[in-house]
Ligand binder design. Structure first.
Ligand code: BG6
Length: 487
């Protein structure tokens, strides 16, 4: 998309992991593509432990460059990208330093974006310091997850930030919403007549949403050990995916139409009775195991993790939605670290035909199934029954495959690139509104509380497997099983 709207993109946490791996590479890609960022747009990095711009540029060359572009770096584009970068040294513990930032930003054209790629404990102090030097006007603020630790702490941050920035200025990132296939889910559901009539309780038996990772906690053991999979993945990414899968058709794609519909789903989630948590939620923690032929250590021995940690690295949970479209249809959500494969997918299991003239095999549930794979490769697979060749009428499972890279060879965009362009251009649809976030916290909170007080350790699973057996047993009670296909 061509743009000439100027901007100044101020990056707090300019030497952090997220800036290194995601934010600066995404800005580089937008720059390299040409026409996406106004020529006059600048990036102002803010950090404490770097002496000056020259030292920051050295850091960017050393740490960011290896993370850009799978297809190699375009050196000319890289050099002109570096020209966009400026630097202001600020000690966040010293609010007076913000006058330096104010001076550096004064008189610039266009919108100001403040990206807080810092821990959530700094969100409020940074916002207050920005307001103290008048930088909250004509600005947008981007908040990374996790936004708080529970409903109370998230409300405290939202209240404090809300006193300084209006809701339309606040961009809460959930990077799953920026993924191309998640956008495509909207196109699939609302751009076709084929699926929508079947997308309801009469025809759908159950839905699964999985985000499985092979990676462990990497260098984030300390953060993760205080967070766990429920807060890290379910409260945000999985519930956001669920809300897009289950929402009613919005009347347009403007930001509030989409977010209103997602909110309705989040508010319709059946509250979990604390006495039922053992039946509808499974938590696990990985022990030592083998992934793709290599031995990997147990979670409890990872750097930064307490040896007696009871933090979950795996969650499976059954969700129900209390509305006419979905009453009685279980949604099974699952996520985990150090699982057998890296895959994110949505599986819609349709009901069996009501009567089969073709024999018992056509009455099997799960014969029709739509598998929407978000990663590692973007595909949609529709399973049907077909007649096996030869004598008699024997049915066998076949599938129609849609691999998007066969149709669209170019133009793919990383989630962060799309989301950063949306912030710069003032498009809010792919950002989480405060009320959505609150509804999601409200729903997960009974599980968090129960797990915190029950004093039971998570169920162990070996790294490289699909998680604790209890997660499969939960589905077996509903006569179904997790779909585990080869990549
Ligand atoms: C992040 C979580 O939000 O999402 C990480 O904090 C997780 O723990 C990551 O690894 C997964 O994202 P993706 O895009 O790699 O599936």
């Amino acid at each position: 998309m061509q743009t000439d709207s100027s901007f100044t993109f101020v990056l707090f946490g300019g030497t952090g992991d997220l800036s290194m791996r995601k934010i600066l590479p995404a800005l580089y890609e937008a720059h390299r593509a040409g026409g996406m960022l106004a020529d006059s747009g600048k990036i102002v990095a803010v950090a404490r432990h770097v002496a000056d711009r020259a030292a920051y540029i050295d850091w960017v060359n050393e740490h960011v460059k290896p993370h850009v572009s799978k297809n190699g770096v375009d050196e000319t584009a890289w050099a002109s990208f570096l020209d966009r970068i400026e630097f202001v040294k600020i000690d966040l513990g010293n609010p007076e330093d913000f006058t330096l930032l104010r001076d550096a930003l004064s008189g610039r054209p266009g919108i100001r974006v403040f990206y807080l790629a810092t821990g959530p404990s700094l969100f409020v102090p940074i916002c207050r310091a920005l307001a103290s030097v008048g930088l909250n006007e004509n600005s947008r603020i981007v908040l990374e997850k996790p936004l708080g630790y529970d409903l109370k702490s998230s409300n405290a941050i939202n209240d404090a930030v809300g006193e300084i920035f209006a809701e339309e200025q606040i961009y809460r990132i959930d990077h799953y919403l920026g993924k191309e296939p998640v956008q495509n889910l909207l196109a699939l559901r609302f751009g076709n007549v084929l699926f929508e009539p079947l997308w309801r309780r009469e025809w759908v038996e159950s839905i699964q949403i999985t985000i499985a990772e092979e990676l462990g906690v990497e260098a984030r053991g300390d953060f993760y050990d205080n967070t766990g999979a429920l807060r890290d993945m379910v409260q945000n990414h999985l519930l956001q995916l669920l809300s897009i899968v289950a929402m009613e058709p919005p009347h347009s794609m403007d930001s509030d139409s989409v977010r209103d519909e997602k909110l309705r789903v989040l508010r319709a989630l059946k509250p979990i009775d604390p006495r039922d948590i053992g039946k509808v939620a499974v938590r696990g923690q990985y022990h030592a195991g083998v992934i793709r032929g290599s031995a990997v250590p147990a979670y409890a021995t990872e750097p930064g993790v307490k040896p007696d940690s009871t933090t979950e690295t795996f969650v499976a949970v059954k969700v129900e939605i209390e509305n006419w479209r979905w009453a009685g249809v279980p949604f099974f959500l699952r996520t985990g670290k150090r699982l057998a494969d890296r895959v994110a997918e949505i599986v819609v299991n349709f009901r069996a035909v009501p009567h089969s003239a073709l024999g018992a095999s056509a009455l099997r549930g799960g014969a029709n199934r739509l598998v929407i794979r978000l990663q590692p490769n973007e595909t949609i697979r529709l399973y049907c029954l077909a007649k096996q060749p030869g004598e008699g009428m024997n049915l066998a499972s076949v599938h129609l495959d849609l691999a998007f890279d066969r149709f669209f060879r170019e133009g793919q965009m990383e989630a962060y690139q799309r989301l950063l362009l949306d912030v710069i251009n003032g498009r809010l649809a792919l950002f989480v509104r405060r009320d959505e976030q609150e509804a999601a916290w409200r729903w997960v909170e009974p599980i968090l509380n129960e797990w915190a007080t029950a004093n039971k350790p998570p169920k162990p699973y070996a790294a490289g497997t699909w998680g604790p057996a209890a997660a499969s047993a939960m589905l077996a009670q509903h006569g179904t099983c997790w779909l585990e296909e080869e990549n």
